[in-house]
Design a protein around this ligand. Structure first.
Ligand SMILES: *Cc1c(COP(=O)(O)O)cnc(C)c1O
Length: 396
């Protein structure tokens, strides 16, 4: 079922079974109430600052800037947050909202395990029960994150349907929510799914661009020319873009995972290769086969291999406000190694997609131009996979 709420152009909406309607209506009403509640916002800011370590730094990457010889490059260091990525911003917001709603149990989907770990972390902090759905294939590939979630007190349920990966974990979490809405909040991990999730998650991640703007005005006395972020579902990217959407001089660039290339089937570049469709409760662009079935997607980066993109990004693409480029595995791995060597910062392989694009365009820009790249997470989790990509096997 669908209605006009939560639309971004033709995208978004609520394409969900009747049995889920009550849950999303209750969530929307609660969110509309609390989003402007001073006490809620005071508590959330305190959690973000005292627990997650905000504001994150806006770091001038001087060596990288000089080496590339063009635009000045700043890095927004979401990798320095507690749990090592931007995901904690959203999860703390949703967990606090759920608690205010009287919920005692959080459920979540996870692919690589990063959102599952962040949700399990918030649940531990707030004394809530936590159940994480994870494709069985992913539980094998990401055994360390499964261990962490259990250590934090969460139950991890391997999902065996479909391709036993992220999209199946989302479907399973939605099914579970349908059957138990009284005490349970579904803590969705990106700017996707039915309304109001794309709006709620965007608002909780918008702290990224709010801080970039303040920090940039303080450091440079002006706005940046270009902001760049990687796009899986699109939460760190929309968080990076949001407070600049009205500033038309600021160029917004999202970097999708091309995998082995957008001319191959081993890709996850949704805007560059996908078509309009309806899946996981929303209308947006999705990677599809010739029959309109959701296509299997691939990227070296587990955090970017989702076959869809958030509806607000689909809209920003349609109106040409943001640009979406595709970055291959190879380009991302090079950027991963480059930042480690050049600045002593090991970025997540997801974030390395954004860096790779900055490395392409910075040398073509004047020295008085400014680029901000969001480093969505840290790369400790990726070291073994990158070593393997280079033909080296590391014992854990
Ligand atoms: C999950 C993840 C992403 C992708 O998710 P978005 O919702 O697109 O931000 C990107 N970077 C890191 C480090 C992640 O953990």
């Amino acid at each position: 079922m669908s209605n006009s709420r939560g639309r971004f152009g033709v995208h978004g909406g609520q394409y969900i079974p009747e049995t889920l309607m009550n849950a999303v209506i209750e969530l929307e009403e609660a969110y509309n109430h609390y989003k402007d509640d001073p006490e809620f916002n005071r508590e959330l800011t305190e959690l973000l600052n005292e627990y997650a370590g905000r504001p994150s730094r806006l770091y001038y990457a001087e060596k990288m800037t000089k080496d590339l010889g063009g635009a000045k490059i700043y890095l927004k260091r979401e990798d320095l947050n507690h749990t090592g990525a931007h995901k904690i911003n959203n999860v703390l917001g949703q967990a606090l909202l759920a608690k205010k709603m009287g919920k005692t149990r959080l459920i979540a989907e996870t692919g690589a395990g990063q959102h599952g770990v962040a949700t399990a972390t918030a649940a531990a902090l707030m004394g809530m029960e936590c159940v994480v759905f994870m494709g069985e294939e992913d539980t094998k590939r990401q055994a360390l994150n499964v261990y962490k979630m259990r250590l934090l007190g969460a139950e991890v349920i391997p999902v065996t349907t479909g391709t036993a990966t992220l999209k199946d974990a989302v479907s399973e979490a939605m099914r579970e929510w349908t059957s138990r809405i009284d005490d349970t909040h579904y803590c969705l991990g990106s700017v996707m799914g039915p309304h109001p999730f794309p709006t709620i998650v965007r608002d909780f991640q918008a702290v990224i661009s709010k801080e970039i703007k303040e920090q940039m005005l303080e450091k440079e006395g002006r706005l940046p020319d270009t902001v760049i972020a990687c796009v899986g579902g699109g939460s760190n990217a929309i968080g990076t873009f949001y407070n600049f959407i009205e500033d038309e001089s600021v160029q917004l660039i999202g970097c999708e995972a091309a995998g082995r290339g957008i001319d191959t089937f081993e890709t996850a570049a949704t805007i560059n290769t996908g078509r309009l469709g309806i899946f996981h409760g929303m209308k947006s662009y999705f990677c599809q086969d010739k029959y309109g079935q959701i296509a299997p997607v691939y990227s070296i980066s587990a955090g970017l291999d989702y076959p869809g993109i958030g509806p607000e990004h689909a809209y920003l693409h349609d109106i040409h406000r943001a640009e979406y480029v595709a970055i291959t595995d190879d380009e991302a791995v090079n950027a991963f190694e480059y930042l480690s060597r050049t600045e002593g910062i090991i970025p997540a392989i997801e974030s390395s997609h954004a860096l790779a694009h900055a490395m392409k365009i910075a040398p073509t820009m004047d020295k008085d131009k400014i680029i901000v790249v969001t480093i969505s997470g840290r790369g400790d989790k990726d070291c073994a996979a990158i070593a393997r990509y280079r033909g080296e096997i590391i014992e854990e």
